[in-house]
Design a protein around this ligand. Structure first.
Ligand code: NAD
Ligand code: UGA
Length: 351
């Protein structure tokens, strides 16, 4: 049965705001719960959207239960999702990303509501084979390998992993219908926030480098930028999430990677590619310096990086998912939005 009312917890964040826009376009009725509405302010008066400005940690249990009960599907996106937060406030990360989200899982069990739980590619851990052959991460066969406890950056991945295991266990013991989504570095417009000065915050890498380009401060390569990521354009990612939402029979009780395997790069090459695209889109803009920094200097003690992660995207591809954006196109589309918004009076055409 096609869902009608969808609840998006954390639906005003980066992924949530794109999902909100797409699901409203597609005719769904939405309930969005978030502490902040800024990224979806343009939709708040939509007649098929109910917005609850709530901190899930302080919300009345009954309010959350009623929202879950009234929905055909709950999509849970709430989390601290930024590595600097894992290093700076590890306990709060577990409290929100595990304890609070587990309550939502239990509400879904109680009301027999289907759950799409956002997890992370970080659950695969740190060993993607940089020193040897690349290991592609598969949902049902790859081992999940974290670093030592003293490198507490892994607290986010372990909290998400335990949440995945609890979702799975509720499927076995309590008949919960669920899908776990593991995103691989989605990027695009509305990601995190921009910083005008280098010490004004630590957004994730795309927003961090975009800020450096717009506000002319250095692009910092953590530990030289040798580690790799596989980036996915947000609109390809949203296509995948909508396909999961609309095909319960295919994805029920499955863990699903969402990532574009061909879009792998080192962070070093990513920085130079962003500079290159910026030069093309904004020929009069200054190009910032690129500087290497140690991870301890950049994030603080307790950080350890994932060296490489490439998704096995077979589950989505078998259902016809066909990502449209290679890495350069992803950057051209996302960066032109920021350049139009912050540097130009008149938007440019990419054609
Ligand atoms: P985001 O930070 O933009 O979105 C999270 C949203 O949750 C925000 O709007 C935030 O305001 C909301 N939120 C946080 N605490 C809350 C609280 N106490 N009560 C109510 N709302 C609260 O992050 P995102 O990139 O959109 O990520 C969404 C989900 O996907 C997260 O679970 C994240 O771990 C996961 N994820 C994202 C990526 C990615 O590439 N963006 C990769 C892996 C995993
Ligand atoms: C992110 C976050 O943990 C989550 O959003 C998400 O769960 C996960 O990705 C995912 O996609 O699964 P990470 O990729 O480490 O983790 O976060 P970024 O801030 O985007 O960093 C990517 C790489 O760039 C890392 O190697 C980091 O050290 C590096 N980096 C980051 C820089 O070199 N310079 C910067 O200014 C920022």
């Amino acid at each position: 049965m096609q869902p009608d009312r969808v609840a998006l917890f954390g639906g005003a964040g980066f992924i949530g705001s794109h999902l909100t826009e797409r699901l409203l376009d597609d005719g769904y009725r939405l309930t969005v719960v978030d502490v902040d509405s800024e990224k979806i302010d343009g939709f708040l008066s939509h007649d098929r959207l109910d917005f609850y400005e709530l901190d899930i940690r302080e919300a009345e249990d009954e309010t959350v239960e009623e929202i879950v009960d009234a929905s055909d599907v709950v999509v849970d996106l709430i989390a601290y999702a930024n590595p600097k937060q894992y290093v700076d406030m590890p306990i709060e990360v577990v409290h929100l990303n595990y304890d609070q989200n587990l309550k939502l899982v239990e509400d879904c069990v109680e009301s027999d509501t289907r759950l799409i739980q956002f997890s992370t590619s970080e659950v695969y851990g740190k060993m993607g084979g940089r020193q040897g052959d690349a290991r592609v991460f598969s949902e049902d066969s790859s081992d999940l390998i974290m670093g030592p406890v003293e490198n507490h950056r892994w607290i986010y991945a372990t909290a998400k992993q335990l949440l995945e295991r609890m979702v799975h266990a509720h499927g076995i013991e309590n008949d919960l219908d669920w899908t776990v989504v593991r995103p691989f570095n989605f990027i695009g417009r509305e990601m995190d926030y921009l910083i005008e000065e280098p010490d004004a915050g630590t957004p994730r890498v795309f927003a961090s480098f975009m800020s450096a380009l717009l506000y002319d401060h250095p692009m910092y390569l953590v530990d030289g930028g040798e580690n790799r990521r596989t980036f996915t354009h947000i609109s390809d990612a949203i296509d995948a999430v909508v396909s999961i939402l609309e095909h319960e029979e295919r994805y029920n009780r499955e863990v699903v990677n969402v990532g574009t395997p061909g879009n792998e790069t080192t962070i070093h090459d990513f920085a130079y590619l962003m500079r290159n695209v910026y030069e093309e889109l904004s020929p009069t803009g200054d190009l910032p310096a690129i500087e290497a920094v140690s991870s301890e200097e950049f994030y603080g003690e307790g950080y350890e990086d994932c060296e490489r992660r490439i998704p096995d995207a077979e589950k989505l591809e078998a259902a016809g998912w066909d990502p449209q954006y290679d890495l350069r196109e992803t950057l051209e589309e996302a960066m032109s939005y920021y350049i139009d918004r912050y540097e130009r009076a008149e938007p440019i055409s990419l054609d």
